[in-house]
Design a protein around this ligand. Structure first.
Ligand SMILES: NC(=O)c1ccc[n+]([C@@H]2O[C@H](COP(=O)([O-])OP(=O)(O)OC[C@H]3O[C@@H](n4cnc5c(N)ncnc54)[C@H](OP(=O)(O)O)[C@@H]3O)[C@@H](O)[C@H]2O)c1
Length: 281
């Protein structure tokens, strides 16, 4: 079966290519998904049965200034792939974010696929619009919402950044009023394959089990890596990020577990495994 991975040099693209060595990976240089002609010219001869779209515009704060670029990467690009999938009878696997939720301060219950999304920033709105474009256009779609990815491929991630800043002796102020479930990209890639193998269609949530604030997650990074760090909590208001983030965006993964019969590693287990890998290399 021919599988294409777009955005193959990002974190998830790299993890999926390691799991699916026969898949064809297309980097941004090889295929810009916003270019509708290139999508047709490059994908048609490859005759894919499954396209796994790992390409995305992920610059949450910059998106407030670059709305067009966010929309191009997260809506127009996925829509181009969805149209190709529709016309060529192939499946489109696409990814979205926990940021589509969490603007209801009183709700502290994990969000299910049935809950009503309410994006609070441009990035989140673009990801939600991308989901809708894929759902509307590609009859055979699988959309997976996830959160706070970290892994060994791609440019950077929260864990790498924390380790780097701490090793430079920097003082770290990390928000303690945004609660979510940071997720190992290796676990997400395994979950993608499990969902495809189980014939899953439609919308799913996948994150590592449990919930933490970003401050608590950072504390665990340093504890597990046995690193001293000058770390303290700060409120989102005092931190003053440009884009509004959700207060509570934990995702309920019951549908994933039911569909695949798989268990999900905890945030701690997945983080420890990642740190063991990066601190050994
Ligand atoms: N990272 C997270 O914390 C997080 C959280 C929730 C959901 N997600 C979603 O999970 C999926 C995978 O994320 P990730 O962390 O693997 O992302 P990533 O590491 O940022 O990788 C995205 C890749 O897409 C490429 N790309 C950007 N625009 C493109 C375009 N127009 N055409 C082709 N390629 C393009 C990027 O290339 P350049 O580097 O050259 O721009 C990069 O290689 C995305 O849908 C993302 O929105 C991620």
């Amino acid at each position: 079966m021919s599988v294409i991975i777009t955005g193959s040099q990002g974190q998830l693209g790299c993890a999926l290519l390691r799991l699916l060595p026969d898949a064809v990976g297309l980097s941004r240089q090889q295929l810009d998904i916003t270019d509708v002609k290139a999508v047709l010219q490059i994908l048609k001869p490859l005759q894919p049965k499954i396209i796994i779209n790992c390409a995305a515009y992920n610059q949450v704060d910059l998106a407030e200034k670059e709305k067009e670029a966010a929309w191009a990467g997260n809506v127009i690009g996925p829509e181009n792939l969805a149209r190709f999938a529709q016309d060529n009878s192939c499946q489109l696997v696409h990814f979205s974010t926990d940021f589509v939720f969490g603007q209801t301060p009183e709700k502290h219950l994990a969000w299910s696929e049935h809950d009503h999304p309410e994006p609070g920033c441009v990035y989140a709105a673009s990801k939600l619009a991308g989901e809708k474009a894929v759902m509307k256009t590609a009859p055979e779609h699988l959309i997976i919402r996830t959160c706070g990815l970290y892994g060994t491929g791609g440019k950077t991630n929260f864990v790498k950044t924390m380790l780097k800043l701490a090793s430079q002796g920097k003082s770290l102020r990390v928000v303690d009023d945004q609660i979510c479930s940071p997720t190992s990209v290796e676990d997400l890639a395994t979950a993608v394959v499990a969902l495809i193998d189980a014939g899953a269609k439609g919308l799913y949530h996948f994150v590592n089990e449990g919930e933490v604030s970003w401050y608590e997650f950072s504390r665990r990074i340093f504890e597990f890596a046995k690193l001293e760090a000058d770390l303290s909590p700060i409120s989102s208001e005092d931190f003053g990020a440009v884009a509004k983030r959700p207060e509570y965006s934990v995702l309920d993964c019951a549908k994933y577990r039911q569909q695949t019969g798989k268990i999900i590693r905890s945030i701690d287990e997945a983080l420890q495994a990642y740190l063991d890998k990066v601190t050994r290399s």
